[in-house]
Design a protein around this ligand. Structure first.
Ligand SMILES: Cc1cc2nc3c(=O)[nH]c(=O)nc-3n(C[C@H](O)[C@H](O)[C@H](O)COP(=O)(O)OP(=O)(O)OC[C@H]3O[C@@H](n4cnc5c(N)ncnc54)[C@H](O)[C@@H]3O)c2cc1C
Length: 417
């Protein structure tokens, strides 16, 4: 079967591109080995969180601070986009998903799982309701069985920062059937929250404590498919605004976002294959002619007019490395500028303010997001690279990883749709 576009990779960049192109009535296939970093990250869309990038100074208005960020980061992929395209991409993203709130000119300031401030541009309603600049009092609720979420740590750190919120904490036993389990995951808790009886027991346990506060914060586990019902029911029973705080992975809001995008893509006629590795692609006379995927018995060729490479960085599998200091792009073997001395890949400080050098490695592109060679000539005019695979897209530097994914996806839609 011939497609208009084949997309490789089902992370935020690949899935968002797939939704936009399917919405534009293209015949689109998306092939991916896995579901990417969506289930590891917060489920929010961080576009520009910190400026200077290495500072701890949260950005209040990303649109206003973008210019200063670009001056400081002259090689960042945002240079291929500019302010108007980033802004348009956020509007287009909000049309794909339900329940997200926000805009380019205001960051939400949300409590993180460590009680720090997480500045983010678009957030699901339940997380956005934790906005810290609103002030007031909040109760943070946790569960003994959810080992990686510490309400007292969050509360202590929020209070210590003098943000204008007064926070209290409570840790309770999860109701049966999760009670006294050694370790439960956010996904298990999210399923349990979809049971009315489970919620009822939690409400009974915290009702007295809730009386002293305006808002109640839970770990981000308030349901998966029935999230809106769970949130509304808790708010009704507690008589308070309820909000979610991101957890360590797996991320329930990330999983909800994946499901929303997947559903949108399928509803618009897309073909999605998760579990298929794209092993190689052929570039002939300046165009990609095919890619090949692994199937149970053989390699299968897939052909399309255009190809989108959304395979992420080293973490996603888009870049491969070896112990001889080689770094290569996994599907087309695109050129990757890198040090061959592996000691130069890493800074001595794990949390070095300028980030790890290896995180800068990636595919160089032109303004049409075609991969280019060292003379900046496009290697294939029908191949476009998006998201975390791009060179100098270091998400820890200014928290721009999701913004790059969403904005490059929209740019490709403009170019091909
Ligand atoms: C733990 C963690 C926390 C993060 N937190 C933040 C944050 O707070 N703020 C922020 O801005 N950014 C954050 N990021 C970064 C952000 O999530 C990514 O930059 C962004 O989502 C880019 O996603 P992507 O789609 O380009 O790549 P990925 O999400 O990595 O997806 C790559 C996809 O390609 C597929 N793939 C790879 N190779 C092949 C192949 N050969 N064949 C088929 N499929 C293939 C993978 O299976 C996967 O589906 C975080 C990332 C991680 C890992």
């Amino acid at each position: 079967m011939n497609y208009d576009t084949v997309i490789i990779g089902a992370g935020l960049a690949g899935l968002t591109t797939a939704c936009h192109l399917a919405q534009a009535k293209q015949k689109v296939a998306l092939m991916s080995t896995g579901i990417g970093s969506l289930v590891l990250a917060s489920g929010c869309i961080d576009v520009l969180g910190f400026q200077p990038a290495a500072s701890q100074q949260p950005v209040i208005n990303p649109a206003k601070q973008l210019g200063a960020f670009l001056t400081e980061q002259p090689e960042h992929p945002y240079h291929h986009l500019g302010q108007a395209k980033i802004e348009a991409s956020l509007g287009a993203f909000l049309e794909l998903v339900e329940g997200y709130e926000g805009s380019f000119d205001k960051n939400w300031l949300l409590p993180s799982t460590a009680g720090a401030v997480h500045p983010t541009c678009l957030a699901p309603k339940a997380l956005a309701q934790g906005e810290l600049s609103q002030g007031g009092s909040m109760l943070i609720v946790g569960f003994k069985e959810l080992r990686d979420f510490y309400p007292s740590l969050i509360s202590h750190n929020l209070n210590a920062q003098n943000l204008g919120v007064q926070s209290e904490a409570i840790t309770i036993d999860a109701p049966p059937p999760l009670r006294e389990r050694m370790n439960i995951t956010p996904i298990e808790l999210a399923h349990a929250f979809e049971q009315a009886e489970f919620r009822q027991q939690i409400v009974t346990e915290i009702r007295d404590k809730v009386k002293n506060c305006n808002r109640v914060g839970f770990p981000a586990v308030l349901g998966l498919q029935q999230h809106a019902t769970v949130l509304a029911d808790l708010e009704r029973q507690l008589g308070r605004t309820v909000f979610e705080i991101s957890t360590l992975p797996p991320s329930v809001p990330g999983r909800r976002l994946f499901e929303q995008l997947r559903h949108y893509f399928l509803q618009h006629g897309g073909r999605l294959t998760i579990g298929s590795k794209v092993v190689d692609g052929t570039i002939e006379s300046g165009r990609v002619s095919q890619i090949r995927i692994e199937t149970a018995s053989r390699l299968q060729a897939i052909k399309a007019q255009n190809y989108i490479l959304a395979t992420g960085s080293i973490f996603g599998g888009g870049l491969q490395t070896d112990n001889e200091g080689r770094v290569w792009e996994a599907v087309f073997n695109l050129p990757i500028e890198h040090e061959t001395n592996r000691h130069a890949w890493f800074d001595k400080g794990f949390l070095a303010p300028q980030g790890q050098p290896v995180a800068r490695y990636g595919v160089q592109v032109n303004d049409r997001f075609n991969p280019v060679n060292s003379q900046t000539e496009p290697l294939a005019t029908n191949l476009h690279a998006v998201g975390g695979l791009l060179a100098n897209s270091v998400w820890t530097q200014g928290r721009t990883g999701d913004g790059v994914a969403v904005a490059t996806a929209w740019r490709v839609r403009e170019l091909l749709g």
